[in-house]
Design a protein around this ligand. Structure first.
Ligand code: ADP
Ligand code: MG
Length: 667
């Protein structure tokens, strides 16, 4: 019978796998010594920069004050010396174009000195601004190719770092990427703008409560990253995995994930080695990765960092994805970040844990001991409820990609309907507010787990609900619809901006009602919360989001269900969304239009590539194999006939009919 040589070769390669390099040693080189070793961080700056320069830079980084360009030369020079001491030869501005990828263009520090030698040079101007040829990055009409100039601008709030390669090291400077006329061509610029808007509106609300803080209020993000690891020999045998990142053909495995024996199982040794090296590389870059475990599907895993400010978390998540892809190769594997590499088993997502706050205040979504006492918490929570109800469709549009379409609503990820899980305790509080009375909140129960040696655990008021796209989890919201391969920037921008609008609304209403009289605040809050929850509680849903019943109920409540990317993306240029983004100076109408266009084009290109690939595989791989099989069956029939059996073989009829079907489908 026909065999699949590629598969046999892959199996033999897997059996004979040997690690290509010496094991890591965390004993002699402690993680604490490695952490941040390749980052131009606060410690390095404090140690190396002149005091006044350090202080000035720190004000920009921590307090969000305007950057004093006159210090750039000193900072650049210090950065260059530090980098060269650590073996760097080149520098690059790193930026985040709308493809969702990370982009870099390297320049050597060396310049000829005119006397036959060379000097290392890195000026303030080179640090602050770069001019990559931008013509091949998508701009969605913002910049035509004959005006290809785009420029990168240093983001001081995300520290520079060194990336190592076996043959050398280079300095990476995180930047924003703009057109010559100042339009955002990237994911970072709107994120920085949305953080500013959020700070302004949150501060107005905090002021009403008499909450004082010098630090800006910002967004926090903790993205849990799921991924698959596949032995590269198997991947090389599959053009679809190689090119599309997912299988386009295939039969369901006899054993998939139905035993659920994979989740939190013992991590295979080779995978664990991979994880440890990924972590070590990320530690050097100051990325605080913390959690690692097996995920639900066979070959699926997760890595999660400790949350950081939204901007830093976004840059770091890009580094996580790049690092995993490159380290996997060292272990003979391919890291698949595609949202749905294999039909019939779970795909990968990125749970985006989101909160608003700062180092002084912690998370403003943290209820404290008894939620009903904590009016400020309830106000921020109500702002989120209102924001999701008003702009849920827009948030959904930020996770609309061809690959994520396969995952959303497929019994493993939340449906495309945006709703909010509040948990029993908070729902109860808001129901009381709606009725106009607020007594005690349901006290947190003590959960007895029935084993004497274990202490009673306090019950988490935000009990788990895995099916909700937007779940309150105690001190933050968890947005679960982000795709595993996506940048988290888009969703963060949406969340920050819709929160800004709600906080603006709340601040304005409360300012009107109190007119500066603090004694009127409690009554004003009570009235406003009641109004908000009456108007917007349709978004709250604590049940099972996967069921048909919820889809019907959601339709009754008027919640949009934008199932596919082409359904969702036009929301980005709807009037309420344009009004929202322009009002808070996050994205102009032209910038929104460009995003809609680019993302639709990416969707179309993905489908086009996949269909071309499908036809190619059908005609060059499947058809010839089926023909060979057909011919084997035919000669078996002929042979049987020759020895006197009048044998009609069902399998031959079947294969012949299917081959005709295949040809027709390809056509
Ligand atoms: P689980 O899988 O139970 O949701 P994990 O520990 O895997 O939990 O991931 C939770 C993520 O949420 C981590 O990245 C964590 O740092 C992050 N997180 C915790 N508190 C906050 C917060 N206040 N704001 C944003 N993210 C948070
Ligand atoms: Mg989670």
């Amino acid at each position: 019978m026909s065999g699949i040589q590629a598969r046999l070769n892959a199996i033999s390669a897997v059996i004979n796998y040997k690690p290509a390099h010496a094991p890591l040693n965390f004993h002699d080189t402690k993680p604490t010594d490695i952490f941040g070793a390749n980052v131009f961080n606060d410690k390095v700056m404090k140690h190396r920069l002149p005091k006044d320069v350090y202080r000035s830079l720190k004000k920009t980084i921590e307090l969000g004050e305007k950057l004093d360009a006159s210090i750039a030369d000193v900072v650049a020079n210090t950065m260059k010396d530090w980098a060269i001491e650590k073996g760097a030869t080149h520098f690059t501005h790193v930026f985040y174009p709308l493809t969702g990828m990370t982009a870099e263009k390297h320049d050597a520090f060396l310049v000829p000195d005119g006397k036959g030698g060379a000097l290392a040079e890195f000026s303030g101007k080179m640090l602050i601004q770069g001019e990559p040829d931008a013509s091949s990055f998508p701009s969605g009409g913002l910049r035509s190719t004959f005006e290809a100039r785009g420029y990168t601008a240093w983001d001081v709030t995300s520290p520079a770092y060194l990336l190592e390669n076996p043959n050398g090291t280079f300095l990476c400077i995180p930047t924003a990427f703009l057109s010559w006329t100042g339009e955002a061509l990237d994911k970072k610029t709107p994120l920085l703008r949305s953080n500013q808007a959020l700070n302004k509106q949150a501060k107005r609300v905090l002021k009403l409560f008499g909450t004082d803080t010098k630090l800006p209020v910002t967004s926090y993000a903790g993205p849990e990253q799921e991924y698959f690891l596949i032995d590269r020999n198997f991947v090389f045998a599959r053009p679809d995995l190689l090119i599309a990142g997912r299988t386009l053909f295939g039969a369901k495995s006899a054993k998939g994930q139905e035993f659920e024996d994979q989740y939190f199982g013992v991590v295979p040794r080779r995978v664990l080695s991979f994880m440890m090296e990924v972590e070590r590389e990320l530690f050097k870059l100051g990325v605080p990765v913390k959690t690692r475990h097996n995920e639900v599907a066979p070959g699926q895993f997760e890595i999660a960092p400790i949350y950081e400010s939204g901007n830093l978390a976004t840059d770091h998540n890009q580094l996580v994805m790049t690092t995993m892809r490159s380290v996997a190769k060292r272990y003979g594997m391919v890291c698949l970040l595609h949202e749905k590499p294999f039909a019939g088993i779970n795909g990968s997502g990125k749970h985006l844990n989101y909160s608003v706050g700062n180092a002084d205040l912690g998370s403003l979504f943290d209820p404290g001991e008894t939620p009903h006492d904590n009016a400020q918490f309830l106000v921020f929570c109500a702002a989120a409820i209102r924001a999701l109800h008003k702009y849920g469709a827009m948030l959904r549009a930020t996770v609309a990609t061809a690959s994520n379409d396969h995952r959303l609503g497929a019994n493993e990820a939340p449906p495309a309907i945006m709703s909010m899980y509040l948990g029993e305790q908070l729902t109860d509080v808001f129901e009381q507010i709606k009725k106009g009375k607020l007594k005690g909140s349901k006290t947190k129960g003590i959960m007895h787990i029935g084993v004497d040696t274990l202490p009673p655990l306090p019950m988490d008021p935000g009990d788990r609900n895995r099916t909700s796209p937007f779940a309150f989890t105690g001190n933050r919201f968890e947005f679960r619809a982000v795709g595993s391969a996506q940048s988290i920037a888009g969703s963060l921008v949406a969340l920050n901006t819709m929160m800004s609008e709600s906080l603006d609304y709340i601040a304005t209403e409360l300012e009107k009602a109190t007119k500066g009289d603090v004694k009127k605040l409690n009554a004003a809050v009570q009235t406003l919360l009641q109004k908000i929850i009456k108007e917007h509680d349709a978004i709250v849903f604590n049940g099972d989001g996967y069921t048909e019943a919820w889809h019907k109920e959601a339709a009754k409540r008027g919640l949009p269900n934008l199932k596919t990317t082409p359904d969702a993306l036009p929301v980005l240029t709807s009037k309420p969304v344009i009004d929202l983004f322009t009002k808070y100076g996050v994205l102009s109408a032209a910038e929104l239009k460009s995003r809609e266009e680019i993302y639709l084009e990416m969707y179309a290109k993905t489908l086009k590539t996949e269909s071309a690939l499908m036809v190619r595989m059908a005609t060059t791989i499947i058809f010839p194999a089926a023909m060979r099989y057909q011919s084997e069956l035919a000669s078996a029939c002929a042979n049987l006939k020759a020895v006197g059996h009048d044998y009609k073989m069902g399998a031959l009829e079947d294969v012949t009919a299917k081959l005709r079907g295949l040809q027709a489908s390809v056509a």
